[in-house]
Design a protein around this ligand. Structure first.
Ligand code: ADP
Ligand code: MG
Length: 382
């Protein structure tokens, strides 16, 4: 990366490299913006930003994936408006840094990523967090503030009303652990997964157009569900504040669609706790069953799945050594995550790729989900 950086920008003087990982969410989908629980792992797949100061008062950002270089006068960056393209992610971060009182410095940035874009493995948060570290260039920022600042960038500048999960896990990921995040308190605990299992993500290779608008619709539908819940539980601030049993008592008075949306969220929040508990007992079949319940709830109640995701889940569940499978990420394409025995992985990969290709004429990419460390500077540049 150093050689390429020097070729592109003329100098690599003062170069530093920052890494931020993508993620797979094991369970707890569409619960983060409802202040509930999630259980993601940070992945080996990550975004790297190489950054060096320049002496000409510019901000330059180059993406290898896009083979595109953009350049601005540093003084103009704070006044930029969203361009509805990939640069909105780093520029949104730059805006939030300025808003937080952290001035920008003239710099050249080079982005390289192994996180597939738009696949539900959160290339967006990986880009935001690695860009933030590159802009900071070693200036300190509290890790929780870093995650929240990057979330604000996506909400305020990109215009996606996302929860905190993706940015949080990119910052707080840990090797060998899943991370149970309380999206209200913003605390977390590390969850050591039982021996004898592993997780793989299978990519549908599609992202349906609906993804962005449906996400915004779901955020609004959840707000409508909360308004309904308040009729009986006036203190409820979010769907986090009612149990599935309490929600069932108000659901009949809600419009049918809102009742289903709410039911997904309240049962899904409960499933995260049940999954962590089953994990601590080493109850692999209970963990797998909860993943399948999660998928069915996303498929039928929340309606964010699609034919490709359903096919991958249904196919996985027929294969040797599989405990459970579900869509992961926002939905409408992207990836599934499957829990299976490590020795079953090679045959699983062959079988699921062959079945998917036969059905959709596309070879799905398959990624191991080894829990990795959260974002940091890469010290060894060799
Ligand atoms: P996901 O986060 O699931 O990958 P999103 O739609 O949230 O999907 O974010 C994907 C977007 O992030 C891309 O369309 C692109 O704008 C931006 N992005 C991610 N990685 C890169 C990269 N390496 N170079 C340029 N843009 C990127
Ligand atoms: Mg994203």
């Amino acid at each position: 990366m150093i050689e390429l950086f020097r070729e592109r920008f003329g100098s690599a003087e003062g170069l530093r490299v920052f890494r931020a990982p993508g993620r797979t969410n094991l369970i707890g989908e569409h619960t983060d913006y409802n202040m509930g629980f999630v259980l993601p792992v940070a992945l080996d797949l990550a975004t790297f930003v190489a950054a060096a100061p320049n002496a000409d008062g510019k901000l330059r950002i180059y993406s290898e994936q896009r083979n595109e270089l953009l350049e601005w006068d540093l003084a103009a960056v704070a006044g930029l408006k969203p361009a509805h393209q990939w640069t909105d992610y780093p520029i949104g971060v730059a805006h939030e840094l300025v808003a937080a009182g952290i001035p920008l410095q003239p710099a050249n940035l080079m982005i390289r990523s192994t996180v597939p874009e738009g696949s539900g493995l959160s290339s967006s948060a990986a880009l935001e967090v690695s860009s933030a570290l590159a802009f900071l260039a070693g200036r300190p920022l509290d890790p929780l503030e870093l995650a929240r600042l990057c979330q604000r960038a996506e909400r305020n500048y990109v215009g996606m009303p996302c929860g905190i999960m993706d940015q949080y896990i990119s910052v707080f990921g840990r090797q060998h652990s899943a991370v149970e995040i309380d999206c209200r308190s913003l605390g977390h605990r590390y969850v050591t997964l039982p021996a004898g299992i592993t997780f793989v993500a299978v990519n549908t290779m599609v992202k349906h157009e609906l993804a962005g608008s449906a996400y915004k619709d779901r955020v609004q539908e959840c707000a409508a569900a909360v308004a309904g819940v308040r009729q009986k539980f006036p203190d409820a601030q979010s769907l986090r504040d009612v149990t599935p049993a309490q929600f069932a008592t108000v659901a009949p008075a809600l419009p049918e669609l809102i009742a289903r949306r709410g039911r997904h969220v309240v049962t899904e929040i409960a499933r995260v706790g049940q999954f962590v508990e089953a994990s601590s007992r080493g109850d692999l079949s209970a963990m797998g069953a909860l993943m399948v319940q999660s998928h069915r709830s996303l498929q039928h109640d929340y309606e964010v799945s699609c034919a490709e995701l359903d096919f991958l889940v249904d196919t996985a569940l027929k294969l040797e050594g599989v405990f459970g499978s579900r869509m992961t990420g926002g939905g409408f394409g992207g990836c599934t995550v499957t829990m299976l025995r490590p020795d079953a992985v090679p045959a699983f990969k062959d079988a699921i790729a062959a079945a998917y290709h036969k059905q959709f004429a596309v070879i799905p990419a398959i990624y191991p989900c080894n829990p990795s460390e959260g974002a940091a500077e890469v010290k060894d540049l060799s």
